[in-house]
Design a protein around this ligand. Structure first.
Ligand code: AMP
Length: 715
């Protein structure tokens, strides 16, 4: 990091994790510094300010000096997710259809085995139900019924609502959620219940927040919709207070921007946003958005993102500059209906536990991990089971005196003893071979995951550039990309802070979805197609209103917003629909219908196969989507002149013995920050940085380009 007296900090991106709070501060030239501090869950602003102070010491400046100059600040963190997972949210009352009071805790059955390995999914005796977010005794039914076409079959028994509210309030609920069957098709009943709930509370003089699912997530699948609306009441609304407190603490230190939060759809939203549950998962999304942004700047349209942290390996694909979005994802073992950047996650990270299967005497990795407690090599963590990190230390891949820049001291002899006892002796191997076997197994597993994710989507690695990041990514980049034939493999020098960088690069963006059910048969008359298009346009108009209303909260006018229209379509009767950007600005006539259908047919051909196209079945429009984007300041990608291929002497830290493929070999150790653009390293080397380690094994070479991005090449 450079040490300069005057800087103009412009963007502050925060990744408040369970143990560490990372800050990423970017100046007007795209230079950036990364700060780390212990997280302070009781008041996150303390850890955040400490972390920002730590970052700014690299520029010899202070929070008081720089905060007033900041143009934007983006937060991502795990506080809301923790509230949910540890079931520490509000006491919520739930109103559903009479007779349906148990569906929430049944969790569509699938929730009992979400997150399980394939073998555990098959064995019913391992399935486990988590406590429901709303217990059965706080769930009440009211009589009404709307069928799947949106017809009222039984009218709403309005007189049943007030007694239910009185009863729930007597039980001290802190919020009330209403979710009725098929309300996305016929919202009037749910809205009526909502109004009666509010009137009753007023009459009783005891008011708590009310959440009707149609006001938040007007989409199909009642378990998903109900869970998501409950999270809004249970965890998101209470977190709003926390976020606004952080915002005001930043303002106390001179900041003038309104804090934004990274959301699951890949954009950032205001702390005042209606649907705040979208910020439940933010860290890993940041990395994908960072890769997309970097790809746009560098002209790379197809990217395979790979992120290794302490606990997991996260993969995502960016194809032709676009992310794919999953609209019914699961998180924290709950099925949800909010748009989430599609990612594949496996529980294999640098902190994963290593065990010997007692039956097969084979190595198993994860899926649980020591996370921030590193491994046996870190006595303060209190971990007793060997982790992947212990193997890194035994092999000499990680410098035990430079973990988090030396803040966390690791003890190689502890790692050695543990690997010996728990892995090497049971397998009859030397300690080094056992540790090497663990790394080899991890990398071959990751390679298989990555390859199958790409092949499974109908693409090939040769069409993609692989981006590798996260603190643990560069340790294994060579291992998990070997032989896959990627077009290129990139490791940004700021790999360890890449997720926070992505948060800083994310657009200010709202996205709203609405379920539609519009069917147009093969050979339908023109009037039918016209009516279908008009209905889609009606949904877009409604969603544009919602987006505009959100931006207004931050004083942005409609004209400032770049609206993008999308639709979901499928061949009638098929199971999967596709999300497609509309090739039209608005629906005006039959030509527009043809354009929509052609865009769908083309995408379908790309994703599946031309032969699978089935226009004879007719088309269904299953959803309307509107994204609204407002331009905000973003980080600039570093740009430095290229120097010679030979690295500068001052970057050389010495040599270290590293165990590699059955023998100890001497590796050159370089300080990553001191390498210059243009430098090439083509011998066995390890590049060290305060929060990441990049391994260049024999048979590979790396080149640092003018953007401070390493290119890894297999020789
Ligand atoms: P992340 O969760 O993305 O910060 O990644 C954490 C992982 O980075 C750790 O589990 C380590 O295996 C890996 N790592 C590699 N080099 C370092 C380093 N110098 N300091 C801390 N972590 C490192």
């Amino acid at each position: 990091m450079k040490t300069v007296a005057t800087k103009n900090a412009q963007i502050l991106a925060i990744d408040a994790g369970g143990t560490m709070t990372d800050t990423f501060i970017i100046d007007e030239n795209g230079d950036f510094v990364v700060g780390k501090a212990q997280s302070t869950p009781e008041d996150e602003s303390v850890g955040l300010l400490n972390s920002a102070r730590d970052a700014l010491t690299y520029w010899n400046t202070t929070v008081e000096e720089e905060f007033p100059k900041l143009l934007a600040g983006v937060y991502s963190g795990t506080a809301m997710l923790n509230r949910l997972v540890s079931r520490k949210g509000r006491r919520v009352g739930l109103i559903v259809n009479k007779g349906m009071e148990d569906f929430h805790r049944m969790g569509r059955a699938i929730q009992a085995y979400l997150g399980y390995s394939y073998s555990d999914r098959l064995h019913l005796n391992t399935h486990r139900y988590d406590p429901p977010l709303v217990p059965r005794e706080l769930t009440r039914g009211v009589t009404e019924r709307v069928d799947l076409f949106g017809n009222v079959v039984i009218p709403l028994y309005e007189h049943e609502v007030a007694p239910v509210v009185e009863d729930l309030l007597e039980r001290d609920v802190e919020a009330i959620v209403i979710s009725l069957l098929h309300s996305y098709k016929y919202p009037a009943h749910e809205r009526k219940v909502r109004d009666i709930v509010k009137e009753t509370m007023k009459r009783l003089g005891k008011e708590v927040p009310v959440f009707a699912s149609v006001d938040y997530y007007p989409v199909r699948k009642e378990s998903h919709r109900t869970n998501t609306t409950i999270i809004e009441a249970y965890a998101a609304d209470p977190s709003r207070e926390t976020l606004q407190k952080i915002d005001s603490r930043l303002k106390d230190h001179g900041s003038k921007f309104d804090l934004r939060v990274m959301a699951s759809h890949g954009g950032t939203i205001s702390t005042q946003a209606n649907e705040l549950a979208r910020t439940l998962v933010s860290g890993p999304i940041g990395g994908v958005i960072g890769a997309k942004y970097l790809g746009e700047k560098l002209g790379i349209p197809n990217i395979a993102c790979s992120d290794i942290g302490g606990t997991s390996f996260d993969m995502a694909l960016i194809t032709q500059g676009d992310l794919s979005i999953n609209t019914s994802p699961d998180m924290a073992r709950l099925v949800l209906s909010l748009p989430l950047v599609a990612m594949d996650t496996v529980g294999a990270g640098a902190g994963s536990y290593v065990r010997i299967d007692p039956n097969f005497k084979s190595l198993t990795l994860g899926p649980d991990s020591a996370g921030s407690r590193v491994g046996v090599c870190y006595p303060e963590g209190g971990v007793e089971t060997v982790t992947v990190s212990d193997c890194h230390v035994v092999l000499g891949l990680i410098n035990p005196d430079n973990f988090l820049g030396g803040e966390v001291k690791l003890y190689p002899e502890r790692a050695y003893e543990a690997v010996k006892k728990q892995v090497a002796e049971p397998l009859g191997l030397s300690v080094e071979d056992a540790a090497y076997g663990v790394i080899d197994l991890l990398e071959s597993q990751l390679r298989n995951y990555l390859e199958s994710m790409i092949l499974g989507k109908g693409y090939s690695p040769s069409q993609y550039v692989c981006f590798s990041y996260g603190g643990g990514g560069p340790l294994h980049t060579a291992g998990y990309t070997k032989g896959l034939g990627f077009e290129d493999v990139l490791v940004p020098a700021w790999a360890a802070g890449f997720s926070a960088f992505g948060c800083g690069a994310a657009d200010f963006e709202y996205r709203y979805d609405k379920t539609l059910d519009i069917n147009v048969n093969d050979g339908a008359r023109d009037e039918v197609k016209f009516k279908a298009g008009k209905e889609l346009q009606g949904a877009w108009d409604e969603l544009m209103e919602k987006v505009a209303a959100e931006f207004e909260k931050n004083q942005f006018k409609r004209k400032d917003v770049d609206f993008r229209l999308y639709f979901r379509m499928q061949y009638q009767g098929q199971l999967n629909d596709l999300e497609i950007e509309a090739p039209i600005a608005s629906f005006k006539g039959l030509d527009d219908w043809d354009a929509l259908v052609t865009a769908f047919d083309d995408t379908y051909t790309r994703v599946y196969a031309k032969a699978a196209r089935s226009p004879e079945l007719g088309y269904s429009i299953t959803g309307a989507i509107v994204r609204g984007i407002v331009e905000v300041a973003k980080p600039r990608i570093p740009e430095e002149p290229l120097s010679s291929e030979t690295p500068p002497k001052e970057a050389f830290l010495g040599m270290r013995n590293v165990y590699w493929k059955g023998e100890w070999i001497v590796a050159d150790i370089w300080e990553m920050e001191k390498l210059k653009p243009g430098n090439k390293i083509n011998s066995f080397a390890i590049l060290e940085s305060p929060a990441t380690t990049f391994v260049i094994p024999p048979g590979f070479e790396t080149f640092l380009d003018q953007h401070r991005i390493f290119h890894l090449k297999e020789l």
